[in-house]
Design a protein around this ligand. Sequence first.
Ligand code: EPU
Length: 424
Amino acid sequence: MEEVIKIKGQKLLNGTVQISGSKNLCVALIPASILARDVVVIHNIPPISDVYNLIEILEKLDICVQYHNDTLVIDSSNVKYHDLNMVAMERLRASYYFYSVLLGMYKKLETKGIGGCRLGDRPIDLHIKAFEELGAKFETSNDSYYFDGGKLHPGHVVFDKISVGATINVVLLAIQIKGKTIIENAAIEPEITELFKFLIKMGASIEGVGTSTLVIKGGKPLHGTEFYNIPDRIEVGTYALIGAATAKKLTIKNIVKEHIQSLLDLFDLLEINYMIKNDTELIVKKSTIKKGIIVLTAPYPGFPTDLQQPLTSFLSVNEGTSVIIESIYTNRFAHIKELNEMGANINVTNMNIIIHGVKELNGLVVSGKDLRGAASLVLAGLMAKGETIVRGLEYINRGYENMIKKLKKIHANIELSLEEFGDE
Ligand code: EPU
């Protein structure tokens, strides 16, 4: 038996959704907090499986963790080195932030590799190259990674390509190395800017926050602090697309307008009926899309790749032909086969998704194969005629807090159900 999401589609939704804390920020805040060797309190941490895996890793390092009502209290006063040859490391990609943290603290690390959604090639060469620029040595054998930080030194890192994870990882290492490190072509996602604010509150010296050139004066003593996680802009975008496709009126509370500007620009072009209230609420109403559009996914402030999949579902029922150019991942397309089986007319050539709008989708059993892909199939199910069963609930639970509960609250006909499939 498998727990799945059962949806009866084409219901007009109505109501309010409260946005949770950012997944991609909290997965960096949690490993970074160890650097304080002190008590760190972080609010607005969503109860998603990535967070529970990170807590398991903290506990392996003898760190004391309390997690109540979305507040995480991390006491790393007694932190101790342990090898991280554990399954939790392989369950998410962001576990690689432990590499820089522990390498700087203990000058060594033996660990398992990382996990994360399969979206095509996701190497970590930029991380390793940047660590090596700062004097680290790296080897791999039998699925384990070995880092040696005996000769760490400050340096000058110029990224060949913009990477969220590599930017964060090299900063987490550089702030621990005495002296000045310069980083160029850094990513500038809001999650990165906020992480740097957190590190600065802990005592780190980072100049150039919010820009692509960072100057770090490393080796400053760090201490405990209290911090508020920001709203998850990808969750905002997912519900905004759900609202534009299916809602009489959907109020999305707890947003940061600046973080979703590329989505709002797209809504303007598509003439979607929306309004921003008090800079913290986005109100969206179901809108008929009469024309196609061309969208390029790109690093922030461009349109986020993490919304490409929900946007594909949204544009599949439409009067025009749209193209989404997926410029970040070589294979973030697993949702498209499922959408086509539901009646969509979508082709992928190279990394271009060509969406010929159809009149409607039909409910079916479909399988999510990654986090945002599974969310995009939930959106498709809400739009489709009849019953849709979405498999791959474990992916949704990795990144969306209580998605089914939140959708039920806005009157979606959606529930969890235990089903048996022939392939088990
Ligand atoms: N890349 C390399 N080498 C590297 C690192 C990245 O070639 O060493 C490539 C990647 O394969 C990709 C591109 O560079 O083609 C950008 O990857 P990036 O490193 O920016 O992505 P990430 O840090 O692995 C984070 C988010 C992703 C989000 C991307 C892009 C976290 C934990 N994950 O991943 O979030 O898609 O940035 O914005 O922060 C999601 O939330 O569903 C998700 C996948």
